[in-house]
Design a protein around this ligand. Sequence first.
Ligand SMILES: NC(=O)c1ccc[n+]([C@@H]2O[C@H](COP(=O)([O-])OP(=O)(O)OC[C@H]3O[C@@H](n4cnc5c(N)ncnc54)[C@H](OP(=O)(O)O)[C@@H]3O)[C@@H](O)[C@H]2O)c1
Length: 301
Amino acid sequence: VLLVLGAGGFVGRHVTALARSAGLRVLGAARAAAAPPRGWPGLDLAAGPAAALEGALRAVAPDVVVNCVGATGGDQRRLVAANVVAVSQLLRAMAQAVPKARLVHIGSAAEYGLVEAGARVQESAAPCPVGAYGVTKLAGTQLVLAARADGLDAVVLRVFNLIGPGTPASTLPGRLVRDLRQAQAAGGRVTTGPLTAFRDFVDVRDVAGAVLAAAAVGVGVPEVLNIGSGRATQLAELASSLAAISGAAGVVDAASQGNGSPRSAGVPWQQADISRAAAALGWSPATGLRESLRDMWDAAG
Ligand SMILES: NC(=O)c1ccc[n+]([C@@H]2O[C@H](COP(=O)([O-])OP(=O)(O)OC[C@H]3O[C@@H](n4cnc5c(N)ncnc54)[C@H](OP(=O)(O)O)[C@@H]3O)[C@@H](O)[C@H]2O)c1
């Protein structure tokens, strides 16, 4: 059984859907008690009690747990609860209840923070996150790596900037799609912060593929794997591509100054070196940037 925690979220939905379509036995677990799937009670991983999570894990007896629980925004309390406390509780419960299960944990490129401009960042780079999101994601990863050193079969997928169907408006690509669709319907222009930074955009469906590959690969998988496209794209190019897809090229006004996303303010460059994931998982991204953006646009209609 593949147990997907955070199955109602953006990444969790795609992982669950791909696992189902691949014919795997999958249980998508949500936090809300209102509509838990059969076999999962609905649990807030950051709130305990520990015995409830242990009991639920024992009942499901997963071979693999995929942790898609997390917070990408909100205040520091929320970030710490979802990205650190929930991870700590999960690790403790797995050690007690399902010590042989593999954990595939979703980390983030924000853990790296400032990296060398123009270069692909490798997993061996010293992480130096710049904001609360990256700090809490790094803390979660460090907890997973400590549990791995204690014997847990765990791997962290360090996921770069997500695009593709269902990308939430809390990200720049998701917000651009929403605002361009509004501009298309009601007229007007779309304004953004500065679009000079470069990011590595990866399709969420490719990330789901990497998760399933990490779930299936034999023991001895490296502890951290970058999951990105391997390309750096300037935000301005992303915006003009989306504007062109919307049929309203030239409608985006980018500020010349400002901070951009609080998740990565002050980070001008990110590009993943994905050779380790290719070697360890036989994985590489299959969806081109234009295809991802087109599918993202269509899915929002
Ligand atoms: N989105 C990106 O661009 C991006 C990029 C790189 C890495 N990531 C990482 O990918 C992971 C998933 O992100 P996402 O974009 O899918 O976020 P999301 O759409 O907000 O989903 C997060 C999920 O976590 C659940 N959750 C949060 N706190 C919880 C708790 N205390 N107990 C149980 N469930 C809890 C949420 O449940 P509710 O629905 O009940 O709130 C939701 O289902 C995160 O670790 C994030 O850091 C995301």
